[in-house]
Write a protein that binds this ligand. Structure first.
Ligand code: ADP
Ligand code: MG
Length: 331
């Protein structure tokens, strides 16, 4: 296996016929880390990934993989491999032959390439399917094969564009931990595009939240969740209330909102319960304040049922001063 590499973007811009898709983004991804590019559809995630892969020209700026500027390198010379949303397996080849395909292109002898394919299939827990054709596999199994095939090229950076989005929710969660395990075992740099904040939080060492061709915030999942930089980030990752608090805009985690008796003197807001949503481990309480703000409080399930509330109830709302996190106004 090749060594993991850092990936660095310096003021990287992408225009399509003049239309700005990626706007001078700068970013450093450490070697051996798991990075997720996270953001809504159209924010420039795939364009960024394709520029790193070399499938798309860089309009402006520099991309470095390890110590090298790779702007002018063809994809095959970059040490990257790409795993697509559609797995693009060859239907007429067996699983093992699909995985061994890059070795066949390099002229590696059949016995050796099938042997190496078997070892890679072992890593993705697919050895027992090595003789099947892709059509005889489930979506999750095809995805493992596609992953093994991409890893077979011995990349130092693996690029994944929405790799889990075709899977049902149960498989998606299982494959997510598989991806993380494989990344850790191989010690490679992974750059994974997703529009799911849950997926990014679960997988990444570094979450890069993108909005409209720019980086809104790049930080660890915990930092993003505890200290979202802008209203956009707070909204996109969810779980936060965004409030105007005496002229400053604050983010307040829904699980930091305390629901108090209506007469509570230390209340920050008076509100009425508008909605109760049971979610298993916790309960979301929708609230409307006197001033007309809508707010969510999330309580542990048992705490909620210790003194249950119903829609229409008048309550007071409080929070610890340190729970309010000030947001920057620039989007
Ligand atoms: P994402 O992956 O975050 O959904 P993309 O990078 O695919 O975003 O797209 C970013 C913007 O660039 C969008 O406005 C999209 O329509 C545009 N775009 C993407 N690919 C092309 C292309 N090949 N030609 C023209 N415009 C494109
Ligand atoms: Mg995309």
């Amino acid at each position: 296996m090749s060594d993991a590499q850092t990936v660095e973007l310096a003021a990287v811009t992408k225009r399509y016929d003049g239309a700005l898709a990626v706007d001078a983004i700068s970013l450093k991804i450490k070697a051996g880390s798991y990075c997720c590019l996270l953001g809504p559809s159209g924010c420039g995630k795939s364009s960024t990934l394709r520029m790193i892969a070399g499938h798309e020209d860089v309009t402006d700026g520099h991309i470095m993989i390890g110590p090298r500027v790779v702007n002018d390198d063809p994809p095959a010379a970059r040490g990257t491999a790409m795993m697509f949303q559609s797995y693009a397996l060859f239907p007429h080849l067996s699983v093992a032959e699909n995985v061994a395909f890059s070795l066949r292109m390099k002229g590696v002898a059949r016995a050796e390439r099938l042997d190496r394919a078997e070892r890679m299939l072992d890593l993705v827990s697919m050895t027992e399917f090595s003789d099947r054709k892709p059509t005889q596999l489930s979506g999750g199994q095809q995805q493992r094969v596609a992953l093994a095939r991409a890893l077979m090229t011995e990349p130092s950076v693996l690029l994944l564009d929405e790799p889990l989005s075709a899977l049902d929710p149960f498989l998606r969660v299982r494959m997510r931990s598989e991806l993380r395990r494989i990344q850790a075992e191989m010690g490679l740099t992974f750059i994974h595009v997703t529009h799911s904040q849950e997926e990014a939080m679960a997988l990444a060492d570094l979450v890069v939240v993108m909005n409209d061709g720019r980086i809104a915030q790049a930080a660890s999942p915990r930092e993003i969740y505890n200290a979202p930089r802008t209203p956009f980030v707070a909204r996109f990752i969810g779980g936060h209330n965004i409030l105007d608090d005496g002229g400053r805009t604050i983010a307040l985690r829904a699980d930091d909102v305390a629901i108090l008796p209506p007469g509570e003197a230390a209340a920050r807001r008076r509100a009425r319960v508008s909605e109760i949503e049971y979610r298993g481990p916790d309960v979301r309480v929708g609230l409307e304040t006197e001033a007309g703000e809508t707010l969510n409080a999330v309580m542990r399930e048992r705490a909620f049922f210790d003194s249950p509330l119903a829609p229409g109830a008048d309550v007071a709302i409080g929070w610890r001063p340190e729970a309010a996190h000030e947001l920057s106004r620039d989007a």
